[in-house]
Write a protein that binds this ligand. Structure first.
Ligand code: ZN
Length: 82
């Protein structure tokens, strides 16, 4: 599942982590993965989108203890293959 389409799209205001140029970074999907690439220096990086939208939403109104418990669950989940 990808966030972007296979059509390359510039990210407004994005700064390349390698050459520090602004507005040179494009995002696109390839082989089911999302990538960002700098058209100036050729920097290319796979992007990982973690499913934490719900976690971020709940953070606003949850007490500190509950918040930490949710973060624990998120960290444990990828290793729970039983
Ligand atoms: Zn660059």
């Amino acid at each position: 599942m990808t966030m972007y389409s296979e059509k390359r799209r510039f990210v407004a205001g994005a700064i390349c982590p390698r050459c520090s140029e602004m507005d040179t970074v494009v995002v696109y999907a390839e082989d089911g993965k999302d990538y960002r690439e700098c058209v100036s220096c050729g920097y290319k990086d796979e992007m990982y989108f973690k499913p934490q939208t719900r976690e971020l939403e709940t953070r606003v109104n949850t007490p500190e203890e509950e918040k930490q418990a949710q973060e624990q669950v998120v960290k444990i989940l990828p290793f729970d293959n039983s």
